[in-house]
Design a protein around this ligand. Structure first.
Ligand code: SME
Length: 152
């Protein structure tokens, strides 16, 4: 049985290989979402990109999700506004949580930074409480840093 740390280490190496030489950010987001989702067994794994002043649904794995999220709204909009990773052990305890799926119980949102600005977020939902911790934050921040630059 491999620990979460070991799984992420392997995942990071695979992500590096997948991103190597690729320049289309949407294609890379699609592969990263699939890689993380499959390897870790999450409920929903995907990206929202900052487009025209809001978060717009991007490549993801899992059930259908809300398309538009405003600045400062929900967990995703909060991670964008506060420019930091947000870990939510119990979504029912997060004021303003946006429930795309009633089965989601805990969540992590990691901002994708470019030139000091948030250009996208990686959002992951789990069907269990307390799924995410510092290990997830640390590795997921490194994994999204592998994404190529988004074109202006
Ligand atoms: N729960 C998120 C919305 C996106 S879905 O989980 C895919 C939020 O509160 O921002």
């Amino acid at each position: 049985m491999s620990s979460k740390e070991e799984k992420y280490r392997e995942l990071y190496a695979q992500a590096e290989g997948l991103m190597k030489g690729e320049s289309d950010v949407v294609a890379c987001m699609a592969n990263l979402a699939a890689l993380v989702h499959e390897a870790m067994g999450f409920w929903w794994t995907g990206f929202y990109r900052v487009v025209e002043g809001e978060l717009l649904l991007g490549p993801f794995q899992g059930p259908v999700a809300c398309v538009h999220i405003g600045y400062g709204r929900g967990v995703c909009g909060t991670a964008w506004k506060e420019r930091r990773t947000v870990v939510v052990p119990d979504v029912e305890q997060f004021p303003g949580h946006i429930a795309c799926s009633s089965l989601s119980r805990s969540e992590i949102v990691v901002p994708v930074m470019q030139g000091g600005e948030v250009v996208a977020v990686l959002d992951i939902d789990s069907r269990d409480l307390n799924t995410f911790d510092d290990t997830d934050s640390r590795w997921l921040e490194q994994i999204v840093a592998l994404l190529p630059a988004m074109k202006p």
